[in-house]
Ligand binder design. Structure first.
Ligand code: HAM
Length: 434
């Protein structure tokens, strides 16, 4: 047996788990402020849930097999199809807009590399039942607020926003036939990462003439003002430009304008997006996408037969963790022990008094540890120091007037004649340290 986990899978030793918990806690705090409710679904789903709509990239990365009942199944590679299925199944009964979040573990058989593993946890925040761009703005504001909560600033992270309907409008405006749109999308997606000639060749192969190729290659440089000036009155793109401008204005009013950059090269790989899409990246360009999402107005119809607009995003724990560590924003794990109880030497009825003390302190909510076999007092205290204990209680039943002594760094020792008085003092100390 290899002592290692499978490639792309992680063991979470306590320090790593504390980092994960820090990310999860921040996620939950922020999304709850925006009134989203937590849900979950099954980690194993019918294979066809993904083959229908997720797009070739994810389908090529599925962990799928035939179960003992001859069903074709897959470990979930993303949460959106499960979410869409669950909402569609109860669409009538749910209060709209539906505002739900989840933190599933997801599985994709990817080539493992920095920021890409074969399992990751992904915060999913989704909203159903609203077509207005105010919903799109609200959603991006959640993602950006999470960055703030974790100590990142607009100097560290940029939200790159685009709109597939707007892009379609521009392609129509330039009389690019619909059959060529997928090829144009693929080129825009890779525009930053591949040489200009390669992009131009791909556009030529899709049938675009030289002038139209130049126009498309220039899309990446268009900001909102340029879009408004060039396409504001266009019959095919004008309405989408106005909607996009309203979206950006809402983001300003929500106080996240400084984080946002219009960038039409963000198209998102997944097949189901229909409108505004976005991705969050670190500003240095050191890491892969932190988060991605957008509007997918047709997926609930395709998976559950209900016509409801929807939008959402997924934010993984892997890239975010790398970024927080690189910027020194990952807090050190805190010791788990609050109070260490030691017993004085030569106390014949000792473990009983020590155990009763531990039980009373634990009942009051304190985190308590002690040596699990008889040891010299200095060894016990040393073990407590190593465990990071903030307070020590020395139990000495032979000392009948004051069997308990409380020792805390920076304070004088205190003695107690009764267990309740010790518990009250430890509780007060915990509260003042908080
Ligand atoms: P996605 O872009 O595939 O979107 O993933 C969202 C985020 O999850 C990525 O930006 C990245 O941080 C993280 N992620 C994805 N794959 C991996 C991996 N193999 N290893 C580590 N991190 C990864 C979706 O999954 C959409 N379903 C999101 C969504 C929700 N759209 C609407 N609602």
């Amino acid at each position: 047996m290899s002592p290692k986990p499978l490639p792309g899978f992680r063991d979470f030793y306590p320090d790593a788990l504390a980092e994960r918990a820090h990310i999860f806690d921040s996620w939950r705090r922020v999304v709850r402020r925006y009134a989203f409710q937590e849900y979950d679904g099954p980690p194993l789903e019918p294979l066809e849930l993904y083959t229908q709509k997720s797009g070739d990239e994810i389908v090529g990365q599925l962990y799928n097999f035939t179960d003992k009942g001859d069903r074709a199944v897959a470990l979930r590679p993303e949460m959106t199809p499960t979410f869409a299925r669950m909402v569609a199944a109860k669409a009538q009964a749910l209060r709209k807009p539906v505002r739900w979040f989840s933190i599933p573990q997801l599985f994709r058989y990817e080539r493992t590399q920095k920021g890409r593993l074969r399992e990751h946890y992904q915060l999913n925040v989704d909203l159903v039942g609203e077509t207005d761009v105010l919903a799109d703005a609200e959603l991006l504001s959640v993602a950006i607020d999470i960055m703030r909560e974790l100590g990142l600033t607009s100097q560290d992270v940029r939200a790159r926003v685009s709109d597939r309907r707007l892009l379609n409008g521009l392609l129509a405006h330039h009389a690019i036939p619909e059959a060529a749109w997928p090829a144009v999308y693929a080129v825009l997606d890779k525009l930053e990462r591949q040489p200009r000639e390669v992009s131009a060749d791909a556009l030529a192969a899709a049938g675009l003439d030289g002038a139209t190729q130049e126009t498309v290659l220039g899309f990446g440089a268009l900001d909102l003002a340029a879009l408004q000036a060039r396409y504001g009155t266009s019959a095919s793109a004008g309405e989408a430009v106005a909607r996009f401008a309203a979206y950006v204005a809402h983001l300003e009013a929500l106080g996240v304008g400084a984080w946002v950059k219009v960038d039409l090269t963000i198209v998102r790989g997944l097949a189901y997006y229909t409108g505004i899409v976005f991705e969050l990246f670190d500003n240095v360009g050191e890491f892969r996408a932190i988060c991605g999402g957008g509007r997918y107005d047709n997926l609930l119809g395709a998976l559950g037969g209900v016509d409801l607009p929807a939008l959402g995003f997924g934010m993984g724990d892997v890239v975010l963790g790398e970024l927080l560590r690189a910027r020194g924003l990952m807090p050190a794990a805190t010791p788990s022990v609050g109070v260490w109880i030691a017993q004085a030497p030569d106390t014949p009825d000792a473990p009983q008094a020590l155990l009763q003390t531990a039980t009373a302190l634990r009942a009051s909510g304190a985190t308590v540890e002690y040596a699990l076999r008889p040891q010299k007092l200095d060894k016990q205290l040393e073990a407590g120091r190593k465990a990071g204990a903030g307070a020590f209680v020395i139990v000495d039943p032979a000392h009948t007037d004051s069997p308990w002594r409380l020792r805390r760094t920076g304070h004088d020792d205190q003695s107690f004649t009764t267990l309740p008085s010790l518990v009250a003092a430890v509780t007060a100390a915990r509260e003042s340290d908080r």
